[in-house]
Write a new protein. Structure first.
Length: 619
């Protein structure tokens, strides 16, 4: 994507809408996305910093006047510089708090959307992190009214869940002129942020007011990180920063920007919903649409509803796309008839693997593997049709080759040319020549011996008649020939049967492989999802424990005790996940195995074995 485009805009009635062109771009992104959003007061160098994350000096438009520049939410999708297979989505937002605009509600929605859509949130401010700067971040205190985890959950309970799906938090302080020192000792920028977010003991109204934004930041976001930047250059040059080269910027500033970028590249995670559900670019598009639609309808965006609508939309699509891919690749690569069943099976196996991969990476929260089973069933029936067509096409071709190579012999038969002394030997050699010719020709496919056998067995009686009419042969010679004809017919039948067996055996093997492939890819996806979910639980649990310590140390015993409930819940969740994850995966695999029983006769036989073996895999 060469330049940023607008993702979320306001229409003429002031209603928020998602821009079609941006959705079309997200549509193309089937990789997981790392989403970094920047928010903060207007005219504070946000767009400049986002351009740096894209590795560019310009892109997101910068403004040199006091008038705010960025409107709505802009998006720039670039290749992730360090995370292989991921796309970095940068979201630059409209500056908050523009007095001319004076629309507090709109600002809160922009802030909420940035949180809902990102996996890393950068809050950008000027000068220092002081009370004033924190008061400007009052949007964070409104989040409980603007974001819902589950419909029907109490506001209090909602906010305890925020940390599990809120992005990580980075505070960037621009034009920072102070020394990072505390009581004469140098401190890091993170310690500086920690100090600024320290709660003040007491319960007076003023203290509560002071603590509120700090408490929200501490309770909703983890990990938290801070970067401070000096002024980038001299006052005169500042207005044309877009044109300036790195050499015109202060080296200290450049280093800070570099540190910030490499922190984001290394630490910003792929965007997930709950329980390790990773989002691709196109899912992010649907998510943006879902949230913006809720806001436009005067509702509060709800995470659970979003998961529900995402899974409905994405899973159906994933099935269609995987199946379309399979059909189109098969028709591009397969030419019927194939010489053997293995030839068809090889192409099918490769394309099927890719199709399952398309489904697995595009599916989202596929409850009870319903959609995967649907895909397996459809792939199976399309492949079966190919197998049937292959047999039919080959049969037709074999028949046409037979009628060509046996045509002279047939004419002579009709004329009765072989019904004379010496005719049997002539008939036999004409037949052998025709068979040889038939077998030497390629391209009539996998039914070759079966169709030949059918033809020869039709003609078997004629052979015996010619033999009986050939008076040049003695009685015993005729007997020997009769036995020979019989043995040859048996041999031909054996070959035909062999061919048929190989074909059905290969088809059974293909079905087994289909099941194995689905199993393998599902297992990988579920393992990955569990791993992310566990890491996430760990992250939230540690942050809550840390927070509890902080509360205790600062005299908020009651709050610390209340937090214990969250901590216990998280520990319980973690314990349960640790105990059940392997059986969850086995159950999912069992589900597709059981379904496969009904439509894949091949693996059906195997499933019993497969399932008992599974328990060993997860021990
Ligand atoms: N003082 C100062 N100015 C900066 C810094 N970085 C960029 N600028 C300049 O500040 C002006 C505004 O920069 P933008 O990046 O457009 O700021 P913004 O926060 O995106 O502004 P809005 O989109 O209007 O909210 C431009 O002239 C930039 O060159 C900085 O670190 N300090
Ligand atoms: Mg801007």
């Amino acid at each position: 994507m060469p330049e940023p485009i607008c993702l979320i805009d306001s229409d003429e009635n002031g209603c928020m809408c998602v821009r079609r062109e941006a959705l079309e771009i997200l549509e193309q992104i089937t990789q997981p996305v790392v989403v970094v959003a920047i928010v903060g007061l207007y005219r504070t160098g946000k767009s400049f910093l986002m351009n740096r994350l894209a590795g560019k000096n310009n892109g997101f438009a910068l403004g040199a006047t006091i008038e705010s520049k960025t409107k709505g939410i802009w998006m720039w999708c670039v290749r992730h510089p360090t995370k292989e297979g991921h796309t970095l989505v940068l979201l630059d937002t409209e500056g908050l708090g523009d007095v001319d605009k004076g629309d507090e509600k709109h600002d809160t929605w922009i802030f909420s959307l940035a949180i809902l859509l990102s996996s890393s949130l950068v809050y950008n401010s000027m000068g220092t992190i002081n009370n004033h700067a924190l008061e400007k971040l009052h949007y964070v205190t409104k989040l409980t009214e603007h974001i819902k985890v589950k419909s029907g959950l109490r506001e209090d309970d909602q906010s305890t869940e925020f940390m599990s799906f809120f992005p990580s938090f980075v505070w960037t302080v621009r034009d920072f002129t102070l020394k990072l020192e505390l009581e004469g000792q140098p401190i890091t920028s993170d310690q500086y942020l920690d100090k600024a977010l320290k709660l003040r003991p007491g319960s007076s109204k003023r203290t509560e007011q002071y603590n509120l934004p700090r408490r929200c930041l501490r309770e909703f976001f983890s990990p938290r990180k801070c970067f401070v930047f000096e002024r980038p250059t001299t006052e005169e040059k500042m207005s044309q920063m877009e044109q300036l080269k790195d050499a015109d910027l202060k080296s200290g500033f450049l280093k800070e920007v570099g540190d910030f970028c490499s922190y984001i590249f290394t630490n910003a995670q792929a965007k997930t919903m709950r329980e390790g559900l990773e989002l691709t670019g196109r899912m992010l598009g649907t998510l943006a649409e879902t949230y913006v639609e809720a806001i436009s309808n005067g509702q509060v965006p709800c995470l659970d509803n979003a998961v529900e609508s995402l899974s409905q939309i994405q899973n159906k699509r994933a099935v269609i796309e995987a199946l379309d891919f399979y059909k189109s690749e098969m028709s591009r690569n397969v030419q019927l008839p194939t010489e053997t069943q293995e030839d068809l099976s090889e192409i099918h196996t490769d394309i099927q693997r890719e199709a399952v991969n398309i489904f697995i990476s595009g599916s989202f929260n596929d409850v009870e593997q319903r959609h995967q089973i649907e895909l397996m069933r459809s792939l199976h029936s399309v492949y079966e049709e190919y197998c049937r067509d292959n047999v039919e096409t080959s049969r037709k071709m074999c028949k046409s080759v037979i009628s060509r190579v046996f045509s002279t012999l047939e004419t002579e038969l009709r004329k009765g040319s072989y019904m004379r002394p010496g005719g049997y030997t002539e008939y036999r050699s004409a037949q052998e020549r025709a068979i040889e010719q038939y077998r030497s020709e390629k391209g009539h496919g996998l039914m070759s011996e079966e169709v030949l056998q059918e033809y020869l067995s039709e003609k078997e009686g004629i052979g015996f008649n010619i033999l009986a009419a050939d008076k040049s042969l003695t009685e015993s010679q005729q007997e020997i020939e009769r036995l020979r004809l019989k043995a040859e017919a048996d041999e031909q039948q054996r070959m035909a049967l062999e061919e048929q067996k190989r074909r059905t055996k290969q088809q059974d093997k293909d079905q087994e492989r289909a099941y194995e492939e689905n199993k393998k890819q599902l297992q990988e996806k579920m393992k990955r999802k569990t791993q992310i979910a566990m890491q996430d639980l760990d992250r939230v649990l540690n942050a809550k424990l840390e927070e509890q310590r902080h509360l205790m140390e600062n005299g908020f015993k009651d709050r610390a005790e209340r937090m214990q409930r969250d901590i216990d819940n998280l520990k319980e969740k973690e314990k349960k996940l640790k105990m059940t994850w392997s059986s969850l995966i086995s159950t999912a695999l069992e589900t597709i195995g059981t379904a496969a029983l009904f439509f894949l006769p091949g693996p059906g036989k195997l499933v019993g074995f497969g399932l008992s073996a599974l328990s060993k895999v997860f021990k």
